[in-house]
Every structure is written in C-alpha cells, then in structure tokens.
Write a protein that binds this ligand. Structure first.
Ligand SMILES: Nc1ncnc2c1ncn2[C@@H]1O[C@H](COP(=O)(O)OP(=O)(O)OP(=O)(O)O)[C@@H](O)[C@H]1O
Length: 246
C-alpha cells in the first residue's frame, strides 16, 4: 500500500486463557482516518492498546513505519513517541498547571528547548481556545476542557499518528462537539493519520475514510466509510448500526 504507516498481520491477543483478538489484519496509510466500531466488549480498546505497545500480544506482527513493534524493547519506546494516544480519562496530573502538564513530555522526555516548546504550546492552546487556561489546574477545568488539553498534550509531542479511544464517552453532551471539532480539524487541516474508537455515529460517518467493524474480536468489515454507513455488508454491522439508532 502506498505510504503505509502501520500494518497489522495475523494479530492474536489473549488475556490469560481468554482469546480476545482473532487474526487481525489491516494497514493504514499516511493521512488516512479509520474509525474502529463495534459492540461493547468486541476488543476495540484492546486493539488500540496493542498498536501503541501498551499491551503485549501473543502471535502476529505489528509494523510501524516498517519497524516491528516489540513492546518490551528499548527501540520501540523511542518509536512510541511518534504515536499519540488520548483516552476516555484525561489522566492530567492534578498538581501541575495546564502548561506544565503539556510541557512534561516535550521537555523532559524529548529534551526539546523549553522556550520553543512554550511558544508552540501557546499556539496549540490558542487553536483549541484554551490559552486563557494555561496557568489553571485541571480541577478548574470542565471535562471537555480537560479532554482538549489531553489532546494538546499528545500533539505537543509531534506525533505522526494519533489513536483516540472513546475520548468523548465521559463528557456531558454539550462538551462533546468541541472535542470532536478538534479531531475533525486534525483530519482536515493537518492530514493526521488516525484511528478513532467512538460511539458517536454521526461523527464517525463524517470523518471516516474507512471503517473497521469488530465483533467478538474479529474484523468483520473493512469498508470505506461512505459504504459502511449506507450499505454495510454484514448483518452484524447492520444490527450494530440499528442498535446505535443509526
Ligand atoms: N485487562 C483485562 N483482563 C482480562 N480481560 C480483559 C481485560 N481488558 C479487556 N478484557 C476483555 O477483553 C474483551 C475486549 O475488551 P475491550 O475493552 O477491548 O472491548 P471494547 O470493544 O473496547 O469494549 P467497550 O466498547 O465496552 O469499551 C472483553 O471481553 C473484556 O472483558
């Protein structure tokens, strides 16, 4: 595939004896946006966590920029910095200001120049409309604001690839749109390569170049976004969309 960023081949994942991912195969090319959809417990989070090395896996191979992902290896830890991940829980450090939360990775881990990083963070905060909150503490922010900060924190590390795992699931409805707009901008303006797990079907339809539909740990569909939402191939995907009132 042209400009292939990530490739997954014959991936199998077990938690002890429980077999949760079955023969997963797909690849994603630069600038492509995949939404990973499926019922609760189908293995979406587990797959995302395998991709950035948070979970070890038993069989199969994941390659990122033509290098093999081996979670326990030191080389992989460096490579991992190129993959940004944002979760449902924001995991900001409560005792650090917004700025210090974001600064930590670029300055302490990547050892970049402090002044340069600060300037860049100002620009990112401006983009997500939170520059005024630079010196605030996480407890002073709403859920939606915290999640926008978590996205900025991931972007400040200059990732080449972003993973989003249900980032709006714990937000009040009025906060959801602001967070989704930032992800949409990343797709439209920055041409970011992304895999997004979401229960927001309208958003998924709007942003997905491709949909991977997962059920019981297997990919049942790998379908262009337009087709998936209009005319899914499998009955399981049809049922899933109905269950989501779509
Ligand atoms: N740490 C763990 N130990 C054992 N089993 C686990 C663990 N994490 C997840 N599982 C199991 O693996 C399966 C897949 O879970 P996963 O969280 O990946 O699904 P999901 O599709 O992301 O679900 P949801 O939409 O509810 O978040 C489920 O059966 C779950 O119970």
């Amino acid at each position: 595939m042209a400009n292939e960023v990530l490739k997954v081949e014959h991936l199998e994942k077990y938690y002890q004896k429980k077999h949760v991912l079955h023969d997963i195969n797909f690849s994603i090319s630069k600038g492509e946006v995949i939404t990973l959809l499926g019922p609760s417990g189908s293995g979406k989070s587990t797959l995302i966590r395998c991709l950035n090395g948070l979970e070890d896996f038993r069989n199969g191979e994941i390659t990122f920029e033509n290098k093999k992902v081996v979670p326990s290896e030191k080389n992989w830890q460096q490579l991992r910095q190129k993959i940004g991940m944002v979760f449902q829980s924001y995991d900001l450090f409560p005792n650090l200001t917004v700025l210090d939360n974001i600064m930590l990775g670029p300055t302490k881990v990547q050892k970049r120049n402090v002044e340069e990083v600060k300037k860049e963070i100002d620009e990112l905060l401006e983009k997500v409309d939170l520059l005024d909150y630079k010196n605030a503490y996480p407890r002073q922010l709403s859920g939606g604001q915290k999640q926008r900060i978590a996205i900025v924190r991931a972007l400040a590390l200059h990732p080449e690839f972003m993973l989003f795992d249900e980032v709006t699931a714990s937000l009040d409805p009025e906060m959801v749109r602001g967070v989704l707009n930032i992800i949409q901008d990343l797709a439209d303006q920055d041409d970011m390569t992304m895999i997004i797990v979401t229960h927001e079907m309208n958003f998924a339809q709007q942003i997905a170049d491709r949909v991977l539909f997962l059920k019981d740990g297997s990919i049942l569909e790998d379908t262009p976004g337009k087709k998936f939402f209009k005319d899914p191939t499998t009955d399981q995907a049809k049922e899933f969309l109905q269950s989501m009132d779509f």
